[in-house]
Design a protein around this ligand. Structure first.
Ligand SMILES: Nc1ncnc2c1ncn2[C@@H]1O[C@H](COP(=O)(O)OP(=O)(O)O)[C@@H](O)[C@H]1O
Ligand SMILES: C=C(OP(=O)(O)O)C(=O)O
Ligand SMILES: [K+]
Ligand SMILES: [Mg+2]
Length: 574
């Protein structure tokens, strides 16, 4: 195979103060360390660094069309929020934890979506349990327009309904209050509004047959509980034991003798016929992620991935496995490996396993995902009280902190942003808590030395992986300002992200769609830029474009990697 040599070249520059570095940087003799796969790699002098005119933000729809070649060649896609953050706070204090917001009635107008993007939303989620295709289409198109007009890279995630048992709509009411001891009827009749008093529709025809007197009924992950007291044909009469608020289409599980009754659920398909229609809709609308509810095994993920591959050859859609079914827990590694990411969907998970087991499952899923190099989202009830109140509870702040400390890739808002009264405030809390805990972690240098097993399946991938592991370690030891990675597939960017280095990772990609998908991953700041296989040219172009915008300065120390060249360079920005 091609020769692999290690070169130490020593270009000049060294002007910058070293105060932020844990060590005195030996950058007074800046080092380049290169691993070449071919013998043809000689150091070429940098081309002329003539600054081109200030680039406009350019973006295109789904990475196809929209940008003229000449314009694209000289521009870089970045949004005003990232730009302002970098300018104001410098590299070190950019946020590493990504934020997903569920869009709903509180946030579906253009200016509301923009406010979320400005507030740090990286991914907009639409939940197919609610709303019509027209409603979702409007939201998805608003997000796309915002990206095009303002240079954002907000990705869209479509979340399937799945075919678990749930209640119907509440005859037009937004919620219904239950009191302790009240008797409610759960009926499989197709009742039309107005519903009889204290009556709830259930979507699953076998419900009245399956439940037994004495069973415990958990609504909305146990937020409200009932005991089954009588079965009358299609109607099941239940007494409320833990009162609370019933929300439309809330999930229902039933427990018998202290365990979840799951025979019937295990027979329901993970992807229902309605879900397939929603998936076709998502493909047609060009969503970036499809999150699959109630995944039980890896097969369904493989099945969906091959369907997507056959249906959209020109684009990629990442598939996220939601870990919320008790059956998924015994197949976790397989499921995570088959998927492009996972979500700890604590809402339904907490109804399928005892609540006190949810934190350890979260810990395990986050760890497995990091080890297998898949992004992971921690979801549900992070700031539940903020649906109604403008400030979170201390316990909620502690919960958010713990997910950040575990180095999850992303945190998700559900009801808080979909139908709460303070969506922007909730996002601000996620953002500020993330920033604070990340900083604390870095200052304390509390690296958890996580064993990162090999994930590469070929020798070439193995080289990439070793380069990323080394680069991340070097970045920490040298106290560099940023790692730059030029990536065509995103693979090297995610391998770097997996190492959770102290500095941010600037991920340059030629594709708008990949840029959006990278936006879910810890520590990645994705840019769209056209680049070549020649790193010298790429670096000079990037330095020049970012300097013009005041996003980097002369003397900043960066480590640059590329998945075309498989090289590492340590370099001071000229
Ligand atoms: N597209 C929508 N249209 C109307 N309401 C929605 C929509 N998306 C979410 N919501 C509301 O926000 C709440 C929280 O959202 P989410 O957690 O995603 O759903 P669920 O509670 O069904 O699991 C939902 O219960 C619903 O009341
Ligand atoms: C994220 C979840 O899924 P959904 O909101 O679709 O029920 C969950 O159950 O926690
Ligand atoms: K869902
Ligand atoms: Mg769920």
């Amino acid at each position: 195979m091609a020769s692999q040599s290690l070169h130490f070249l020593t270009p000049v520059n060294p002007s910058r103060s070293l105060s932020s570095s844990p060590f005195l940087r030996p950058s007074l003799l800046p080092v380049r360390l290169r691993l070449f796969r071919s013998s043809a790699a000689a150091h070429t002098p940098p081309p002329d660094l003539n600054p081109s005119p200030v680039p406009v933000i350019l973006s295109s729809t789904n990475g196809i069309g929209g940008v003229s070649i000449a314009a694209a060649a000289s521009a870089i896609d970045v949004d005003a929020v990232t730009e302002a953050e970098l300018k104001e706070n410098g590299f070190r204090s950019t946020r590493r934890t990504k934020l997903v917001c569920t869009i709903g009635p509180s946030t579906c107008e253009a200016e509301q979506i923009e406010a979320l993007a400005v507030g740090g939303m990286n991914v907009a989620r639409v939940n197919m349990c609610h709303g019509t295709h027209d409603w979702h289409r409007r939201v998805i198109r608003q997000v796309r327009r915002l990206n095009e007009e303002k240079g954002f890279a907000v990705a869209v995630m479509m979340d399937t309904e799945g075919s678990e048992i749930h209640m119907g709509d509440l005859g037009g009411f937004a919620s219904a209050k239950t009191e302790d001891g009240e008797v409610w009827t759960f009926s499989v009749r197709a009742l039309k509004a107005p519903l009889p008093e204290r009556t709830i529709n259930v979507n699953y025809d076998g419900f009245a047959e399956d439940v037994r007197v004495g069973d415990e009924l958990l609504v909305d992950g146990g937020m409200v509980r009932f005991e089954v007291i009588e079965k009358l044909g299609p109607d099941v009469r239940c007494r409320c034991t833990d009162p609370g608020l019933l929300l439309p289409r809330a999930n229902i599980t039933f427990w018998r003798d202290g365990s979840l009754v799951r025979e019937r659920n295990a027979m329901l398909p993970t992807i229902s016929s309605k879900d397939w229609l929603d998936i076709d809709f998502g493909i047609a609308e060009g969503v970036d992620f499809i999150a699959v509810s109630f995944v039980k095994s890896a097969e369904v993920i493989n099945h969906l991935k091959s369907y997507i591959a056959a249906r959209c050859r020109d684009r990629e859609i990442s598939v996220v496995a939601k870990i919320e079914s008790i059956d998924s827990l015994k197949n976790l590694e397989e499921i995570v490996l088959a998927s492009d990411g996972a979500m700890v969907a604590r809402g339904d998970l907490g109804a399928q396993i005892p609540l006190e087991q949810v934190p350890s499952v979260q810990h395990t899923v986050v760890k497995i995902c990091r080890q297998l190099n898949r992004p992971v989202i921690v979801a549900s009830q992070l700031l539940e009280s903020m649906i109604e109140y403008p400030t979170p509870t201390r316990a909620e702040v502690a919960d958010v902190s713990e997910a950040v400390r575990q180095r999850a890739d992303a945190l998700m808002l559900s009801g808080e942003s979909a139908m709460g009264q303070f969506p922007d405030k909730a996002l601000t809390v996620l953002r500020s808590v993330s920033l604070r805990i990340e900083r604390w972690w870095r200052e304390e240098k509390r690296y958890e030395a996580m064993e990162l097993p090999d994930v590469a399946s070929s020798f070439s991938d193995k080289i990439s992986e070793e380069i990323c592991n080394s680069a991340a370690k070097m970045a920490n030891n040298l106290g560099v300002d940023a790692v730059f990675v030029y990536t065509k597939t995103g693979q090297m960017a995610s391998l770097l992200s997996r190492c959770r280095p102290d500095c941010p990772i600037f991920a340059f990609t030629t594709s708008t769609s990949l840029r959006r998908r990278l936006n879910l991953q810890w520590g990645l700041i994705p840019f769209r830029l056209s680049f070549s296989d020649d790193m010298e040219t790429n670096l000079n172009k990037t330095f020049s474009l970012l300097k013009q915008r005041g996003m980097i300065q002369s003397g900043d120390l960066v480590i640059a990697l590329s998945d075309m060249l498989q090289s590492i360079q340590v370099i001071n920005v000229p």
